[in-house]
Write a protein that binds this ligand. Structure first.
Ligand code: NAD
Length: 495
């Protein structure tokens, strides 16, 4: 049985806790490895190594850091195929989708290569007579990332590229369900010339995360995962005095106005509802059909479902892979049952499809006539279950989105520019698509939701990422001529 080790001080470290967790290939349902689960003592030892590395790394010049980022970018681009295979083997998503997440992660690395520009401060000459004032941004020290199973390469890259470029040491606690991508990234960082200890991987579960939160040398924690854990991380981390950004779950609505291009809307609903088997925080899980487009839209979505090819993600012809675990598959299937019991119309039932045996597969499910009080509407399902809510007006559609607990992404499909602009103005969500179903911002903007989809005030990566992983300092400076100083107990004046 393969053992997946930690990465501490630039080398694999097998760990001493004696605790391990199984890692499965979700397409076969078979265990393929075990991963060590770090104890609090192991986390503390890893952080101590990272702390020493951080003290050195912050002294590296901006061009040196940028050069390491460029090398890492080249290595990652060259070896993205291998990484995609690892992601597919442990997560289950199809190879093309795994390659897609790596490509989006690569964008964050490319953004971070511009660190000399991104770290620039500002300078005011002659703020008072003979006095200059300037601002600089400095790294924090040791920062940590705790990441979810659903993007085992992209989400760590969202965090580590910026954190490391900014001069921090980064400790990653990846999901224990698909931990190998993190180790692959660690090896690439080393090959790119990153000093040992600047990128660390500690695998683990709650014990390791709690140790990260409690360790006084970890200055900031960036988290992505489900809302209850995000809230816990935010509350606990800030109680320890840390800087925390914690991105949580989602329930993303796609509003389809009566004038929308029907085929484009149906294609988008399929792509965003069932891509990665619905295990994306930006997946569309609710289609809000406004007015008389509902019947033809449901028909068009239903007609497309049988064309989705479900299979092992490693088979290039597969379009939708399995779910992450048997337990999660059963939980998602339970929602189909619940939806039917609560009065939703089951247009397509993923349980009744002819699915590949062995793995954690579930077919694409479409529920119509869903209402806001049903659990299929209120809960984040995180699987290939798309709900259709029918409303009469645009105002009702916006109210649905705004009343929802979550506010990650949302999209509107329409040919009316005025309606789209009004939607962008009205809607309470952090990321909005106009005829774009999965509006994940490009790397030079920042990613983040509102409401229960994000705890904290900075979004992830891009300009907010630089802000999160650095702190500001303002220097007020005078170089007086000898003999010109005097004592003045008054408050400093500028005029
Ligand atoms: P999760 O919350 O179960 O786990 C996320 C991380 O937290 C993992 O590293 C896990 O080991 C750790 N963890 C789990 N339980 C913990 C506990 N009790 N105490 C401390 N740490 C704990 O999430 P997941 O199932 O891995 O990922 C899916 C979830 O992530 C979905 O809710 C999805 O919407 C969300 N997500 C959100 C975004 C976003 O950008 N908002 C992006 C991707 C995924």
């Amino acid at each position: 049985m393969d053992h997946i080790a930690h990465w501490i001080g630039g080398a694999e470290s097998t760990g001493t806790s004696g605790r391990v967790a199984p890692v499965f290939n979700p397409a076969t349902g078979r265990q393929i490895a075990e991963v060590g689960l770090a104890s609090a003592a192991e986390v503390d030892a890893a952080v101590a190594v990272a702390k020493e590395a951080a003290a050195q790394w912050r002294t590296a010049s901006l061009s040196k850091r940028s050069a390491v980022l460029f090398s890492f970018r080249e290595l990652l681009a060259a070896r993205s195929g291998e990484l995609a295979e690892i992601v597919t083997r442990e997560h289950g998503k199809v190879l093309a989708d795994a390659a897609g997440e790596i490509a989006r992660g690569l964008e964050n690395v490319e953004f971070a290569t511009g660190i000399p520009n991104l770290m620039k401060g500002s300078f005011s000459e002659q703020a008072a007579t003979g006095v200059d004032v300037y601002s600089i941004r400095q790294p924090l020290g040791v920062v940590a990332g705790v990441t979810p199973f659903n993007f085992p390469a992209m989400v760590p890259l969202w965090m580590c590229a910026t954190a490391i470029a900014a001069g921090n040491a980064f400790v990653l606690k990846p999901s224990e369900k698909d931990p190998s991508a993190a180790l692959f990234l660690a090896r690439l960082w080393k090959e790119a010339g990153l000093p040992d200890g600047v990128f660390t991987v500690v695998h683990g579960d709650k014990e390791a995360v709690d140790a990260i939160l409690a360790n006084p040398d970890v200055v900031a924690v960036s988290f992505v995962g489900s809302t209850p854990i995000a809230k816990y991380i935010y509350e606990t981390g800030t109680a320890y005095g840390k800087r925390v950004q914690a991105l949580g779950g989602a329930k993303n609505h796609m509003i389809v106005l009566p004038d929308a291009e029907l085929d484009a809307a149906a294609d988008a609903a399929i792509s965003a509802g069932y891509g990665a088997a619905g295990e994306r925080c930006m997946a569309i899980s609710v289609v809000v059909a406004v007015g008389d487009i509902a019947d033809p839209l449901v028909e068009a979505i239903a007609a497309r479902l049988p064309t989705i090819k479900i299979g092992d993600g490693a088979d290039p012809s597969s379009e939708m892979g399995p779910l992450i675990s048997a337990q999660h598959r059963d939980r998602v299937a339970g929602y189909i049952e619940a939806g039917a019991a609560e009065g939703a119309t089951v247009v397509a039932d993923g349980r009744s499809e002819d699915l590949p045996g062995g793995g954690f597969f579930l077919g694409a499910t479409l529920l119509d006539n869903v209402t806001p009080s049903m659990t299929v509407y209120t809960d984040e399902i995180f699987g290939p279950v798309l709900s259709v809510v029918r409303v009469d007006t645009y105002a009702e559609a916006v109210r649905l989105v705004n009343d929802n607990e979550y506010g990650n992404g949302t999209a509107i499909f329409t040919r009316d520019g005025g309606a789209a602009r009004q939607f962008q103005f009205d809607v309470n969500a952090g990321m909005v698509g106009v005829n774009v179903p999965i509006p994940v911002p490009v790397a030079y903007y920042s990613f983040g939701g509102w409401k229960a989809s994000l705890f904290g005030d900075t979004h992830m990566y891009g300009p907010d990422g630089i802000h999160f992983f650095t702190r500001g300092k303002v220097v007020t400076s005078r170089w007086p001529d000898p003999g010109t100083s005097s004592i003045d107990l008054g408050f400093p004046q500028t005029r």
